[in-house]
Design a protein around this ligand. Structure first.
Ligand SMILES: [Zn+2]
Length: 459
């Protein structure tokens, strides 16, 4: 398409809304600033590929929104106070500050590796305790929360719409999870807004004693702080729908009865590994780093995009190989890009299918069609393929770099060199240790020294 031709009118975005359980036109509350909130990581461990799917769904959604609207504000929080963090720091024998700082750094590195763009605001829970306490105070004053034995609890019975988002009730949770009901709860479904901390546990002074917030109130407070009482889209993995998002919604709607909290709810489906739910006990638990150790990051990104976000995605090694072959083909097609060709906007054919509830598999099919035309020698199709890749966060390399870096590495040889480097360091032969690190870096292999030893990944 040449620049002189008028662009087709941009298609309107349709998104599935979890609350109404239907796919509806997306209508921003204020088109001059589309506001999006996603629940970010609880920072006690490396991101796994299920976490990555949620972060990648958000990335594709935000990239598309930025293509359609002049301004998007994307907020993704960091949960840096949580009992899982306390337990892990204790088990590792390291401070909570060290654990959370390292985990946040690793999380940022992993996401950047797969071209997930940073949010506009990334608030940390521990920096917003005051806002959480304000909300809790207001919920107590309005009769939606009560204090009991150093805890503050949200009274689910005071919010008639409780369960409307997820279609579930507190009883479902109790039945499914065999939760032990604390004796101080008026209703078994009531959930914690604030809980007491002992001297060994992080805590803040409050009208209810020294303590720390419950997880759900964190997101209610941080979304309100940066996006207001009503904003456009709230998203996360389907595992967050209940109770986390149901509880966030109850707190926020009771605090601001005239607001809407999130106008639209987006949830991505789960990810399976070799057809089974990922779990440490099954031995199929994969961190992003595990996968990137011997796979180019774009192949992982493409694999995750091959399923529409609401379909269950089955992760397999064969799928990764196929994704890599698809990229080989796209990069072959890009070899037909005339270096003098000016960049073009993302093709409407691709934007249109993405506007159909983020239909990434169809977008990839459109890219294959463009690759066919480009391989027949059409430079303008190659430029459109590149633009489509930019919109989806793919094809960020040059063909030369892809075919050089995409070459298979030999993990056994890398492990041998890591062993040799360790031995050199023990012998205080730091020159040799550095030499090995530099030689691997030249092959695009990055070493990371951590408490559990040295790991590696492809840059
Ligand atoms: Zn949240």
């Amino acid at each position: 398409m040449s620049d002189t031709q008028p662009r087709l009118h941009l298609p309107s975005l349709h998104l599935h809304d979890s609350r109404t359980r239907s796919t509806v036109p997306f209508v921003p509350l204020a088109p001059d600033n589309v506001r999006v909130y996603y629940c970010g990581p609880t920072v006690y461990d490396l991101a796994h590929i299920g976490n990555l799917r949620a972060m990648l769904t958000a990335d594709v959604l935000v990239r598309l929104l930025r293509h359609l609207y002049p301004r998007v504000t994307y907020v993704r929080n960091i949960t840096d106070v949580d009992d899982k963090i306390n337990a892990r720091a204790h088990a590792n024998g390291e401070s909570i500050a060290d654990l959370t700082a390292r985990t946040i750094r690793d999380f940022h590195e992993d996401l950047a590796a797969v071209s997930i763009l940073p949010p506009d605001v990334e608030p940390r829970a521990t920096h917003h305790i005051g806002e959480m306490q304000d909300m809790i105070r207001s919920l107590i004053e309005s009769g939606h929360a009560y204090e009991a034995e150093g805890h503050v609890l949200f009274a689910v019975g005071t919010y008639p719409s409780y369960g409307a988002l997820s279609g579930r009730t507190p009883d479902d949770l109790l039945a499914g999870a065999r939760v032990e009901v604390a004796p101080y709860k008026r209703d078994p479904g009531d959930f914690v807004l604030w809980k007491p901390s002992d001297d060994q546990t992080p805590g803040w002074d409050s009208p209810w004693g020294r303590g720390r917030p419950g997880w759900h109130i964190e997101c209610s407070a941080m979304s309100q702080r940066y996006l207001g009482e009503s904003f456009d889209i709230h998203g996360g993995g389907s595992d967050l729908l209940f109770p986390h998002h149901e509880n966030e919604r109850a707190q926020s709607m009771c605090c601001h009865p005239h607001g809407r909290f999130a106008n639209h709810w987006v949830h991505n489906a789960m990810l399976l590994v070799n057809g089974e739910k990922m779990s440490k006990s099954l031995g199929n638990f994969l961190t992003v780093r595990d996968v990137l150790r011997d796979t180019p990051a774009e192949a992982l990104r493409l694999l995750l995009l091959r399923a529409q976000y609401r379909s269950v995605l089955n992760f397999t090694r064969e799928g990764l190989d196929e994704a890599r072959q698809m990229l080989d083909r796209f990069y072959r097609a890009l070899e037909n890009l005339d270096p003098m060709q000016a960049p073009v906007p993302a093709p409407d054919s691709v934007v249109r299918v993405l506007c159909d509830d983020l239909n990434t598999p169809r977008a990839l099919a459109e890219m294959h069609a463009l690759a066919d035309t480009a391989m027949a020698g059409d430079s303008s199709a190659a430029a459109q393929l590149k633009a489509a890749g930019n919109l989806l966060g793919l094809l960020q390399d040059t063909p030369e770099a892809w075919f050089r870096g995409g070459a298979k590495v030999d993990p056994a040889q890398i492990e041998r060199l890591i062993e040799e480097r360790l031995a050199a360091r023990k012998a205080r032969d730091f020159a040799r240790a550095d030499e090995i690190r530099n030689a691997l870096a030249a092959q695009g292999i990055v070493l990371e020294d951590g408490p559990q030893g040295t790991t590696w990944r492809q840059a």
